[in-house]
Design a protein around this ligand. Sequence first.
Ligand SMILES: Nc1nc2c(ncn2[C@@H]2O[C@H](COP(=O)(O)OP(=O)(O)OP(=O)(O)O)[C@@H](O)[C@H]2O)c(=O)[nH]1
Length: 364
Amino acid sequence: MEEERSAPADSAACPSTSGQSHALKPTVILVIGMAGSGKTTLIQRISAHLHATRRQGYIINMDPAVTHLPYGANIDIRDTVKYKNVMKQYNLGPNGGILTSCNLFATRFDQVIQLCEKPREPPLEYIIVDTPGQIEMFTWSASGAIVTELFASSFPTMVAYVVDTPRVTVPQTFMSNMLQACSILYKTKIPMLLLFNKVDVARHEFALEWIQDFDTYAAALEVESSYAATLSRSLALVLDSFYANLRSVGVSAVTGEGMEEMLQQIAECALEFQDIRSVKDKESKEAARQQKEMARLKVDIAALGLRDEQLVPGASSRAGVGAGGSGVLGAGGAAGTGTASVGGSSENDDDTDEEAEGAGEEAE
Ligand SMILES: Nc1nc2c(ncn2[C@@H]2O[C@H](COP(=O)(O)OP(=O)(O)OP(=O)(O)O)[C@@H](O)[C@H]2O)c(=O)[nH]1
């Protein structure tokens, strides 16, 4: 991979990356949306807005097929992967060529993360990632998952899903766009902000009403009695819980409307990301603690030369063997000499069984 292009500010120190809280790090914004929704133009606008308000942004272009970039990318996939060569070499069409190029680039994404983590003064506030209109990159392809995971393990990361507002005034087009957004959210599991773009052409309030009130959406569909309209009605009900957690802003890449509100919502998403991560961290710490405990118990069992059947007769043929064994050994360990009697004496078998089952239930 080639070295990054004109980074905005590359000198001096920045807080260390190891052990640094996500709160002090730049927020990664994955800009995703259907082809033509205005991602690239919007990024150009965001870049200009950040520059004008003296905020530090870093832009990564991940669209290998773009011919003209209206902004200065700090990292550009086209410097690493030549999409036309990929098409030829792997005998692919344009779509396959783009997705394969992204996959190839993803294999080197650790280097991108290193460049993003490089100390800078003033420190970066935003890392903005332009993506191809082939949004299946984030629903099917490996590269989307790799890129999201690598960013999310180093920075607060979110999706800015760009919607072409004039095009979604048709209720069914709106539904198919929301389904795409929903599947991206389901796959990435990071906060999402809906950016209703092109509000200079069509205001987005109708979309907010459709999101907030099912009846309004159903009324808009009423003129249609096709199978697709009926399906859209049912899907709108299903999507209710998806809508409940969504943030949205109306923006215009052309006039610059909505930029500040968008940045506020991005900050909210970054906070939400912290919450999601701290719950995840707690869960993985607890899982690691349980694994450690289990390993220690196995060592204890091995040291005593006992097998599960000796601890709990018939235990190996039942569910909850691990938990049962642990419960028995725990009791023995606490009593000091109790373990031998638990394992060895047949008169304790009934009690042992009960104890084991109790522990098994607890574990469940
Ligand atoms: N009126 C108006 N036009 C816009 C706006 N944003 C983008 N456009 C136009 O929409 C068209 C598509 O914009 P792009 O930025 O190329 O869209 P994209 O999502 O990056 O497209 P792909 O690279 O194909 O995925 C261009 O003609 C833009 O000028 C906007 O806010 N208002």
